[in-house]
Every structure is written in C-alpha cells, then in structure tokens.
Design a protein around this ligand. Structure first.
Ligand code: AMP
Length: 422
C-alpha cells in the first residue's frame, strides 16, 4: 500500500455517513444541553502521566494501547485514549466551581487490533457530572445514555449495571479475590496472571474462555459492599426499576479503567457482534484527588460514535433523506447566467442552500449535476423566465414542474423544503 493511504484503524467519513455523524453529534449536544451539561473541549494530547494516573498501570489502555510520543522538547505526550481525564484536569486547572456538568465530543486514539466497531481513531460522546454524589445522578446518567440511543431510533440494547464498592469495602474484597485468583493461577492466561497482582478486579474483563470459567466461581464485588455502597447501589437499582429501559445486573462488570468506584454500567447491543459495547461509564469519586485536587464525587459516561452509527436502524431520524434541501439553479445561456448568479446570491443571503455550475454546459448536464449534488429542487432561469420575471421550479423528487412569479419564489421554496422529503 502506498504510504499516502489511510493509516490502519482509521476511517474517512464521507457523505452520507458524515451527515449521519454530524446528526448524531447534534442530537447528543441537544440532549446534553437539556440535561444541563455544557461543552468542554480539551487538547488532543496530554502529558502521558495524566492517563497513567487515571486509567491505571494495569489497564489495557496504558499497557498496550496508548499513542505515546516524545515531543521535540523531550516531553512524553499521549493522544487522548478517552475523554474523562482531560475534562477533570481542565476543571481542576481552571478552578471551575463544583457541581459542574460538562459534555464533550472528541476523537480518541487507541492502538488496538482493528475490527468491526473497533478503530485506532474513534469518536466518543461523553458527559461528566462533577461534584455530585447522589445515586440519583448515577441513575440519571444511565437514563441519559439510554434516552440518547432511543432518540436515535436504537431500541435493541440492554443496560448492564454493577457496583464495585469503595475505599472502605474494596481492600478486604480485593484480598479475598486475589487469594481466590492465586489459587486458580495455573488455569488463567499469562495476562491475567500479571493483572491479578496489580489489579485483581481487572481479570473480570478478560475475554479468554478459561479465565471466564475460573471467574464464574469468583467472589463478586457486589456481594462484598459496605453498608454505604450497598445503600447507594440499591437506590440506583430502584431508580432503574422505575425506568422504561431494558437493564440487568451484571456482577462481572468492572469496566476497563482503574478510576471507577461504586456504580459501573454499560450499554450492550446484540447488533454489534464481538465489540458489543455501545458505551459505558460509572462513578469515579477519587479521580480529583488522584490529580491533586480536593475530594469530589463524580459520575460520567462515554458513548462510541462509530458503534452508535453501526447500530442505528434504517428508520432512524438521523438518516438523511436521499435529496437534501438544496436548490440547484439551471441556466440556459450566457445571457441568463448573470440572472442565475444574482439569484444564487439572493438565495444564499436568505440562508437557502443553493448551487449552480459556472460552466457553460447543456441543460441535460446541469440536471445531472443537480442529481449528483442530491438537490431537492431545480430553479430554471431561461430566456422566457427572465422576460416574464418568473422561474421554472422543478421538484426533483416528484418530477413536477411549475412556473413561479419572482415575488413568490422564496415562500414557494420554503414551503417545499418544509414539507416531508419522501
Ligand atoms: P471505554 O472508554 O473503553 O469505556 O469506551 C467507551 C465506548 O467507546 C465503548 O463502549 C465504545 O463504544 C467506544 N470505544 C472504545 N474503544 C473503541 C475503539 N477502539 N473503537 C471504536 N469505539 C471504541
């Protein structure tokens, strides 16, 4: 392959996929705004340490997936593998007052084996509710993601929920799990043999069948919660019971990052194959402290844009109509071109998307160009029309053609654009 081709694991978003991508982003932005979130935009790269501190040395991300490089000043920098650490760092560094709700839409980078739904550059849509401890915020965050999928027309998903405890209950549980894992060490994969010593909970993430087999009889985090974590989790559950969404407890759900405590959740779709996770999140009450800030509770989620796109059903409102609200102006000869250009400028001034060709090509070719552009209607500027101060208006969906007096043109276009496209 020539070196000028797309790097492995990356994608080009071309129309109409690019239109769908931006529709998904708009719907996410709108919903996040409705839930009181404001946008945060953080750098594409951060100091490598930030991600090591947050994701944890035993995480797959830190162990094998980061795009890390040394800049010309000798600093170790990493392209962000996820959005949360940068957002939390930005809040701390800029002394934002808590509570504070932020959302982001950002490219993320992970060096993993590309496959359907897994890329080396991908987009995450995320929300972070910072400074809020109530289990109702966990429940609200879970419902937020589910509402987002529902708005996109995605109904085929299940929410998996678990609680992995806190600083009070986790140490004793960790010991118990570690002892269990050590007893079964020989049956587990080499990765898990290392993982268990650094972060035994991480072994629940392992996809290897023998490890999964061992873990079926492992002590579970949710059965070892302290009374506070138990009460917190019960409240999340009772809130879910009142929600219209499909959800289930998954006692093995620990999620791939070290910073989570208490609630963890994931949206899973059977439409996706091996990479079945549409998004996920959880509570991370210790991350602020980890970054040197004051203690602050927090909960967030991140949704994968590409997997969302893959899951969207054909009937979804994000699918753009075959023809878009675009006017293509067709002109018959050099005498009419000036009128056509004037019309083009007028339409654009009125925020009506419009195009024409400046090439002196035949009418048939111009109509073909209108089709290629996906225009919804053509305006015809011919000798007769100019003389009579009218326009020919051809609806490219129905093929219907009418003559419209110049004074009625804009209302006629708007009426057509505001009517259903198909
Ligand atoms: P995580 O930060 O690993 O919890 O991921 C959150 C969501 O981001 C996942 O549920 C996926 O939808 C998406 N995601 C994570 N890694 C990738 C990847 N390599 N390619 C595409 N999407 C991804």
């Amino acid at each position: 392959m020539p070196r000028t081709s797309r790097p492995k694991g990356t994608q080009d978003f071309l129309p109409p996929e690019s239109t769908k991508k931006s529709r998904i982003e708009t719907i996410f932005r709108e919903l996040a705004t409705v839930y009181g979130y404001q946008e945060v935009v953080t750098p594409t790269f951060e100091h490598t340490e930030l991600f090591i501190k947050s994701s944890g040395t035993a995480s797959d991300i830190v162990q094998k997936e980061m795009y890390t490089f040394t800049d010309r000043g000798g600093r170790s920098l990493t392209l962000k593998p996820e959005g949360t650490p940068g957002a939390v760092r930005a809040v701390l560094e800029n002394n934002l007052h808590l509570p504070c709700r932020l959302f982001y839409i950002s490219p993320c980078f992970r060096y993993s084996r590309p496959q359907k739904g897994r890329y080396r550059e991908f987009y995450q849509l995320g929300v972070e509710a910072l400074g809020e401890a109530s289990p109702l915020v966990d429940a609200e965050t879970i419902a937020f993601g589910a509402t987002f999928f529902t708005r996109l027309g995605i109904t085929d998903f299940t929410i998996k929920v678990n609680s992995i405890g806190c600083r009070t209950c986790r140490p004793a549980y960790r010991e118990k799990l570690l002892n269990f894992l050590r007893e079964n060490r020989g049956k587990m994969c080499p990765d898990c043999q290392t993982r268990m010593e650094i972060n035994p909970l991480r072994t629940f993430d392992c996809k290897n069948e023998p490890c999964q087999q061992v873990l079926t009889s492992a002590p579970l985090p949710s059965s070892h919660l302290c009374p506070e974590c138990h009460a917190h989790f019960q409240e999340v559950i009772s809130s879910l019971k009142n929600s219209p969404f499909n959800w289930e407890l998954d006692p093995h759900l620990v999620r791939g990052l070290d910073y989570y405590n208490r609630t963890t959740f994931e949206y899973v779709s059977s439409a996706l194959g091996a990479q079945s996770s549409l998004g996920g999140g959880g509570r991370y009450d210790y991350l602020f402290e980890e970054f040197g800030g004051p203690p602050a509770p927090a909960v967030g989620l991140a949704i994968g844009l590409e997997r969302t796109l893959l899951t969207i059903p054909a009937s979804s409102p994000v699918f753009p109509p075959e023809r878009r609200n675009l006017v293509f102006i067709v002109w018959t000869g050099p005498g009419e071109m000036a009128n056509a250009r004037e019309l083009l400028a007028t339409l654009r001034q009125q925020n009506i998307p419009a195009l024409m060709t400046y090439e002196p090509v035949r009418l048939k070719r111009q109509f073909h160009l209108a089709d290629l552009a996906g225009a919804r209607l053509c305006l015809i500027v011919g000798e007769d029309e100019v003389r009579e101060n009218t326009y020919g208006l051809k609806n490219l969906i129905t093929g219907e053609q009418t003559t419209v007096p110049a004074a009625n043109l804009i209302p006629a276009i708007l009426a057509l654009f505001n009517s259903p496209a198909e």
